[in-house]
Design a protein around this ligand. Structure first.
Ligand code: SF4
Length: 535
């Protein structure tokens, strides 16, 4: 029997403490070196830089995919630099990107497939060969499919958002190859309400074009602390003496982001929707959407403007005045009126180059979807959607020959007769969650449904499906989930109520995680497969 590897957290901590102690000794002795030592080291470095191999790669430390250049000396990556020629990042690289080397050479990095030998969650694994791992996993899959009468949806696939070598599309191909309907990514633990609100208002999520915008109204997106990306710097470019006329930041707390902005306005937590509704009310009441540029924009691009005007003049929206919002948000009515006028003037003057910023983040409040929809409408009636400097919906890149660039080719997979609908938003939910994305689903509903159905199924003695695919003891269309493949995702940390997530993973017969370093979810897996880094 191979050596048992104990992935328990305290072992990680012990390891980290020892590493920290060693680092502190090393740094003390480094200071003790002579001037000649330092000079030699410098010469050696210069020599290394001259002889190094430089490879442009796409950073895989988050979803932004900045262009970076890896420096390699004697087969070892020694530094990562930003790539000034990369179209998206344009010479930007953040601290996470800089730390990419640490992931590559992390002593806790997975190097061999691991197989669980203790109870799920105990962290006890043994190393096995790739051959053994793949053989055992596929044998278990075949057995499960035989028992489930070929219901492919008994396997669920979860993937992080394009943060690695397989990314969404290739992992989705694996899912398609198996034939399951159940694919889940980080969507509902990230920007689902904002995405769906924009999708249902103007058909796309789009990006905020901070490179060309002139006025930003940022509602609580703490970009200087939460996530620094190329567009964070674009948003703050006024700070560096360029471009943007004004950034207004509205948040309950004076954050680091607030310090980069021209005006900070404190708002009572959870009341952003009321603020935007009052701004739409103020816009309609004063006819700010009827100025020359906007009138033409609305004529050409906006449906339902009459209904919106009616709602805000004679309908319920007529009561959403700045005075009404002032009582809810703690922002004075005069400030709400001034901000609306400022935004309106900038949008007119710069023909849509203004941005009521939608941000990315998980849900803040229970009415988040409505808040984001109000923002989408506000941007649209000021002519800021699909305009440079506004919310841009994007176009297909053209290659040098004028034709579109080739997109990723999905394999043509057969449709399996017995695969069932999604376990979260499909047949099981019966339309209970109409706003959930039909292809990306919801982590929480998925987790809760699997746990509930698997528990019932286990209590009923794990019945096999009849010829129609129905199970004794389960409702029509319900089925057990017996396999879960998780690629670079950590639902134990990212989905609320981790006890439930642990129970759900325990209730699934075959859990396989694929990652670079074993995370909390890996503890609850039957097999852990190591992945490459982007370096
Ligand atoms: S934002 Fe930072 S971590 Fe993300 S891709 Fe760019 S450099 Fe990498």
């Amino acid at each position: 029997m191979s050596k048992i590897i104990d992935l328990k957290r305290r072992n990680f901590l012990k390891g980290s403490a020892a590493a920290a102690a060693a680092a502190s000794v090393a740094s003390t002795s480094a200071f003790a070196g002579s001037y000649d030592d330092a000079k030699n080291l410098k010469q050696q470095k210069e020599e290394d830089i001259k002889n190094a191999k430089y490879t442009p790669v796409v950073c895989g430390m988050c979803v932004n995919m900045c262009g970076v250049i890896a420096r390699e000396v004697d087969g070892k990556i020694t530094k990562i630099d930003p790539n000034p020629l990369h179209t998206k990042s344009r010479g930007f690289m953040c601290a996470r990107g800089n730390a990419g080397i640490a992931e590559e050479y992390d002593p806790d990095r997975l190097t061999k497939p691991l197989k669980r030998v203790g109870p799920k969650g105990s962290g006890k694994f043994v190393e096995i060969s790739w051959e053994q791992a793949l053989d055992e996993i596929s044998q278990k899959m075949v057995k499960i499919l035989e028992e489930e009468r070929d219901n492919r949806s008994t396997f669920v696939f979860g993937a992080g958002a394009s943060t690695g070598n397989m990314g969404d599309p290739v992992f989705a191909n694996f899912l398609n190859g198996v034939g399951s309907a159940n694919f889940i990514d980080h969507f509902t633990t990230c920007f689902a309400p904002s995405f769906m609100a924009n999708l249902m208002t103007f058909g796309s999520w789009g990006l905020s074009d901070f490179q060309h915008t002139k006025y930003v109204m940022n509602l609580g997106a703490n970009r200087a602390e939460g996530i620094v990306t190329p567009d964070t710097l674009d948003m703050f470019r006024k700070t560096h003496g360029r471009g943007i006329e004004k950034i207004v930041y509205i948040d309950p707390r004076y954050t680091n982001t607030a310090s980069h902005c021209d005006e900070f306005i404190a708002i009572k937590p959870g009341t952003d929707a009321a603020l935007i509704l009052a701004m739409i009310n103020e816009t309609i009441k004063n006819g700010y959407h009827k100025t020359p540029y906007k009138a033409q924009y609305i004529e050409e691009n906006v449906n339902g403007i009459k209904e919106l005007e009616e709602f805000f003049t004679t309908g319920e929206g007529a009561t959403y005045t700045p005075e009404w919002a002032a009582k809810i948000t703690d922002i004075p009515a005069e400030t709400i009126k001034r901000l609306t006028k400022e935004f309106s003037d900038a949008a007119e003057k710069y023909e849509g180059a203004a941005n009521c910023y939608r941000s990315r983040k998980s849900t803040w409040y229970y009415q988040d979807f409505e808040f984001r929809r109000a923002q989408a409408i506000f941007n649209a009636i000021h002519g800021c959607v699909n305009r440079p400097g506004g919310v841009t919906l994007g176009t297909h890149l053209k290659g040098k020959n004028g034709k579109g660039l080739e997109s990723y080719e999905y394999e043509d997979f057969p449709i399996y007769d017995n695969a069932k609908g999604r376990i979260d938003t499909g047949v099981i939910a019966n339309g209970e969650y109409p706003l959930a994305n039909p292809t990306k689903g919801s982590w929480q509903i998925l987790r809760d449904n699997i746990l509930e159905i698997n528990t019932k199924w286990n209590k009923a003695g794990r019945p096999r499906p009849d010829e129609d695919g129905n199970y004794k003891g389960l409702a029509e269309n319900e089925y057990p989930v017996r396999g879960f493949f998780i690629y670079k995702q950590n639902p134990m940390q990212s989905v609320p109520e981790y006890d439930k997530t642990a129970e759900m993973l325990k209730s699934v017969d075959l859990v396989v995680t694929i990652d670079i370093i074993a995370n909390d979810t890996a503890y609850y897996s039957d097999y852990i497969l190591p992945d490459n880094t982007y370096l």
